[in-house]
Design a protein around this ligand. Structure first.
Ligand code: FAD
Length: 585
């Protein structure tokens, strides 16, 4: 049986202590209540549907897609309680809550049921793209219903011959006399492309106009509803979009992944002609942060399951002598290797949560027009997407390992985490592509300006705290990892400029190095705070801060040293990859 309890104490720590931010309309107590209630909803409504939804999956019959039993009621309860509109704008019926709170709630949703989370997640992404690039008429007609969850959204990019390379896409859009367009083409792998949860589905579709230049510069974005709204704004006639099949997949089986055919479907242009990627990137960037959150959510669920099992499973004796002589054997949590797995998961999860909320706060500032914050979000988006999903998958695997054979069989539900977490490393741009985005676009952006938004605060912290009486040693160790990141950045700037294959060869290792240094910064700051809070803390609070310090130490001494190895791998350059002749493979 799967277990999940929202990690509320740590969420409050990152929200109010590590990254404090004043929200005038939203006092801290209100935010805490929202998190508490969200935790209850997710554990009571979404978690019980996770394993049955995986077993039953979605079904497809005569063009109709049905979600597993219970999903429809859960979706109704979800939207009616307002969980889908937390960070949407009040002018369209949203609650205008801070991004940080929305991301923490999203983490809970993903920890309980990634498949379920995809439906409202895609609606929110579509809402954002439409809000920033749609005409007033489109916004007024569609956004309120999308915010309320009555209508859902989807993103339609992928075609059979084009996944990463969207420049190859063939779907066409032909202008009509009334200002609309007829959209025709075949899309595959469309999450939430068809389902029975909402009254209408608003597809955001990439397509080419007849006069479009070839490649990525000739793509436009269209809004294509499943039902065309009637004069009263209610779902009217069925549009020319149909589901041909659903995919049979490794995981997220309760998420409907659809093949969609557009046959002269009526659509409306979103944004300027041939500038569709610009508009779609609003949705893609939001989804990338959300997909990262999927990794974190699963990682936390996997950790909780593994800890519960490690406390009760009796096997072997402690190497230091029996810890529970009253029992037939000691619980496996006494073994160093089991602790290595548990602490790795914990250090990843708490580190990612802290980093995610830092980025979420910057997202609010960026939306309010702060350019520095926008740079920071742009820089960190590929890191959050790829790092969090890689680590979430690693955590899911570590949980299975902790359960041994009992993890590999279905009964405990942890093998589902591995299968569900795997897709997050692939969709929304594979993690390899995120790494290329980081080294190819984000590092050189504005002559390195974005990079400084991260490097400067790290540098300042190191300078200020190197002589700290307790943390000094930790800070000095961290400074070495940061030094490796700086050297690697210099190496890529120099070699990658002259030879893009050098940058391509370094990219994945560089993203991991960057990610570990970013998590390390979160751990250092968390440790400093925990030290400051400990003297006045009592009971569970004192335990919390002590555990924070212990986990920080584990991260610094047992995980961060990987930075040195990653730097050496990066410095080896492209030769070990590219010297091998293609025929030799
Ligand atoms: C369950 C599921 C849900 C999905 N949901 C959606 C959705 O809602 N909407 C949507 O539009 N799409 C969706 N997708 C599609 C998904 O985004 C793509 O599968 C993904 O972007 C990769 O494209 P691809 O599968 O064609 O792989 P390819 O592009 O063929 O890539 C194959 C491999 O080559 C690598 N590669 C490709 N190009 C390069 C390059 N230039 N440099 C280095 N490496 C490269 C990739 O990293 C990858 O490892 C979904 C897919 C799945 C499986």
């Amino acid at each position: 049986m799967q277990v999940y309890s929202a990690p509320l104490r740590d969420m409050r720590f990152v929200l109010h202590e590590l990254h404090p931010k004043t929200h005038e309309q939203f006092p801290a107590e209100l935010l805490d209540t929202i998190l508490e209630e969200a935790g209850k909803f997710c554990a009571e409504v979404l978690l019980p549907l996770n394993a049955p939804g995986d077993t039953e999956g979605c079904t497809f019959e005569n063009g109709v897609v049905r979600t597993p039993a219970g999903f429809k009621d859960a979706y109704k309860a979800f939207t009616e309680s307002g969980w889908g509109s937390l960070n949407a704008a009040p002018e369209y019926g949203g609650q205008g809550l801070p991004e940080s709170v929305a991301k923490l709630v999203e983490e809970m949703i993903c920890g309980c049921n990634i498949s379920f989370g995809l439906y409202p997640g895609l609606t929110h992404g579509a809402y954002l793209a439409l809000k920033s690039h749609g005409s007033e008429a489109l916004k007024n007609a569609y956004l309120p219903k999308m915010v309320s969850g009555e209508w859902a959204g989807s993103m339609c990019l992928t075609e059979p011959h084009c996944g990463t390379d969207l420049g190859l896409l063939r779907t066409k859009a032909v202008p009509q006399a009334d200002g609309s367009y007829k959209v025709s083409g075949a899309k595959i792998f469309i999450s939430a492309g068809e389902h029975d949860l909402a009254d209408n589905i608003i597809h955001l579709v990439l397509a080419r106009l007849p006069d479009a230049p070839a490649g990525i510069k000739g793509i436009s974005l269209f809004l294509v509803p499943k039902f065309i709204p009637d004069a009263n704004g209610n779902p009217g006639v069925r549009n020319g979009v149909s589901c041909a099949a659903i995919e049979h997949k490794m995981g997220i089986k309760a998420s409907a992944t659809c093949q969609l055919n557009f046959d002269d479907a009526t659509g409306w242009l979103v944004g300027a002609p041939h500038k569709g990627m610009q508009a779609m990137f609003v949705m893609m960037n939001s989804e990338r942060l959300s997909v990262g959150t999927q990794g974190l959510g699963v990682g936390e669920a996997a950790y909780q399951a593994a800890v519960a099992y490690a406390r009760e499973r009796l096997q072997g004796r402690s190497l230091a002598g029996a810890k529970r002589p009253d029992l037939a054997a000691d619980p496996i949590i006494v073994h160093p290797d089991v602790r290595r797995a548990l602490l790795t998961m914990r250090a990843y999860n708490e580190g990612c949560r802290a980093l995610g909320v830092w980025v979420a706060n910057a997202l609010d500032d960026s939306d309010a027009g702060n350019e520095e914050a926008a740079d920071f979000v742009a820089l960190l988006t590929p890191v959050v997407k790829a790092l969090f999903t890689d680590l979430g998958y690693e955590s899911a695997n570590l949980a299975v390992q902790t359960y041994g054979g009992h993890g590999y069989i279905k009964d405990h539900g942890v093998e589902q985490y591995v299968r569900d977490a795997r897709i997050a490393m692939i969709y929304e741009g594979t993690n390899g592509i995120q790494a290329l985005d980081l080294v190819g676009r984000k590092l050189p952006a504005n002559m390195g300006r974005s990079l400084r938004r991260f490097f400067h605060p790290v540098q300042e912290f190191i300078e200020a705290e190197s002589a700290h009486p307790v943390l000094g040693k930790m800070v000095q160790g961290y400074a070495k990892a940061f030094g490796a990141l700086q050297l690697a950045t210099g190496f890529i700037a120099e070699k990658g400029m002259a030879d893009p294959e050098e940058a391509g060869a370094a990219a994945t290792d560089y993203l991991r190095l960057f990610g570990l240094v970013a998590l390390g910064f979160m751990w250092l700051r968390s440790a400093k705070l925990a030290l400051e809070m400990l003297p006045a803390a009592e009971g569970p609070d004192a335990d919390f801060y002590k555990a924070k310090l212990g986990t920080a130490r584990f991260f610094m001494e047992r995980i961060l040293p990987q930075a040195g190895g990653l730097y050496l791998a990066i410095k080896a350059g492209k030769a070990p990859l590219m010297d091998m002749p293609e025929e030799a493979f």
